[in-house]
Design a binder for this molecule. Structure first.
Ligand code: NOJ
Length: 485
């Protein structure tokens, strides 16, 4: 029971769901010529080669191989040891070809920290540097701009053992890592992202996975572990400062998982009342410090009730707010369905069951919520440059099967079409939107769900590594063709 509950919580945390129709015909809306159209991935989910060329162990190498996280969650041990083999140049050149034919001009991927600093700090692994240099060059030769995430959940395990993101020293470790990245790749790359989804990393790993054996209550653990988010925001601000001082001429942003909060049951007063607090805990907890220099009041009070020592200093808050990102990366999958729940941390949960008739395993299918989210960012956060750094879907894989050599993922195709429409409508209505990336270019290792969840535009046969473009690939290709006309 507990296992099933945790598993569904974790999957929902990663994916989130949607419903609702966006009937407006926005198909004629055009993005500006310099709009970034891309696909996204992350090192641990695609690279494989987990011990190649001097790479150190990452937090996820440890989780998958030694803790057996997927064994516990899906009953079978799966790892990113091979993943979709993208560390291999022969393989990634084929993937670049697929991207080129697709028509994207951007590839968002992440650098594996332990690949270039196997011990987290100290000696640089030149083979790791050489790999990414070549990948960047190969992408640019194909006319595809690299957009690099510095950190996508995979801290070197040696640093995790020193306390990870809960240790304030992590800010210094990350500064050192970021400097190595900018020194080596800063001249070639126009878009960097400091962190991917600090909240989800905290929730999934620090709160739910790491301390499974802990005897402390969920309220106490939640309120203690949230410090990791504060440290990631500080580390991000430090990296932004370093990057700006280097005058490299590109842009640096940060990516958040953002989900409009809706009451699970709008007739239930307790659910309705829970919405503002959940919004603070899920969205404003990261947006407000970065754009307003303070944590949202009710979330702070709820956290301090169980952890009175969570008191970020004025100096920290000023530092975060005075080193703002050049752009905000938005990962949007679905709105959060909020329930008041005395058993959930701080009395609220954002993962109610998906009641939508379209069975996305991420939640209700609601493109208009992407529109609302973008408009809210414009109004409440002073219209920052915004890039949708992830948007995608999976539907229990029932449409991800090859039939006569084809994959007719019509629901995913529809999802992408409607979300692009919603995004371009928001742009027409004044949102400073500069890019959109689909998660993901290829099916890949989906954290606690391993290979049981497919979210790619290309189907991957994990035994042979063969890629087969799905219908959604051709749908996105057609949208991009129309955009270029
Ligand atoms: C967000 C995460 O950034 C990515 O790593 C994950 O695979 C997708 N969500 C889908 O769950």
């Amino acid at each position: 029971m507990r296992k099933t509950f945790i598993f569904s919580m974790l999957i929902a945390a990663l994916l989130l769901n949607f419903s609702c129709n966006n009937n407006a015909d926005n198909s004629k809306l055009k993005a500006p010529k310099d709009f970034l159209w891309g696909v996204a991935s992350a090192a641990y989910q695609v690279e494989g080669a987990y011990q190649a060329d001097g790479k150190g162990e990452s937090k996820w190498d440890f989780f998958a191989n030694k803790m057996g996280v997927t064994q516990f969650m899906i009953g079978v041990k799966q790892t990113g040891n091979i993943a979709i083999n993208q560390y291999d140049r022969k393989q990634y050149l084929q993937d670049i070809k697929l991207m080129k034919e697709l028509g994207v001009n951007t590839y968002r991927f992440s650098i594996s920290w332990p690949r270039i600093l196997p011990q987290g700090t100290g000696e640089v692994n030149e083979k790791g540097i050489a790999h990414y240099k070549l990948l960047i060059q190969d992408l640019k030769d194909a006319g595809i701009e690299p957009m690099i995430t510095l950190y996508h959940y995979d801290m070197p395990q040696v640093l995790v053992e020193k306390g990870g993101w809960n240790n304030r020293e992590s800010v210094e470790w990350y500064k050192n890592y970021a400097t190595v990245v900018f020194n080596n790749f800063g001249k070639e790359v126009r878009h960097f992202i400091t962190f991917n989804e600090p909240y989800i990393e905290f929730f999934l790993v620090d709160f739910m996975l790491n301390p499974m054996q802990s005897k402390e209550s969920a309220n106490v653990r939640y309120s203690k572990e949230i410090l990791s988010v504060h440290h990631e925001l500080l580390a991000s601000a430090e990296a932004i400062k370093i990057y700006h001082n280097m005058n490299l001429g590109g842009m640096i942003g940060i990516t958040f998982n953002l989900s409009p909060c809706l009451p699970m049951d709008s007739a239930n007063t307790a659910d309705v009342k829970a919405v503002p607090l959940q919004d603070e805990l899920l969205n404003r907890i990261v947006l407000d410090p970065v754009f307003k220099g303070k944590y949202p009041e009710n979330a702070l009070a709820a956290i301090q009730k169980y952890n009175p020592s969570f008191k970020p200093s004025v100096a920290d808050m000023q530092f975060i707010a005075s080193n703002k990102p050049d752009f905000l990366g938005v990962n949007f999958y679905a709105p959060a369905q909020v329930k008041a729940d005395v058993n959930a941390p701080l009395g609220v949960t954002w993962m109610g069951n998906n009641t939508d008739s379209v069975k996305m395993n991420t939640g209700p299918f609601m493109p208009d919520q992407l529109y609302n989210l973008l408009m809210r960012i414009k109004t409440e956060y002073n219209n920052p440059v915004t890039i949708i750094t992830e948007n995608g879907a999976c539907f229990n894989n029932h449409e991800d099967t090859i039939v006569n050599g084809k994959i007719n993922d019509t629901l995913r195709s529809d999802y992408i079409t409607r979300h692009i429409d919603a995004a371009l409508k928001a742009q027409k209505d004044g949102v400073n939107l500069k890019g959109y990336c689909v998660w993901s270019g290829w099916d890949n290792f989906e954290w606690v769900a391993g290979y049981t969840i497919r979210m790619g535009l290309c189907y991957v046969d994990y035994k042979t590594q063969k890629r087969t473009p799905k219908q959604s690939y051709y749908t996105y290709q057609e949208i991009l063709k129309q955009q270029k006309q």
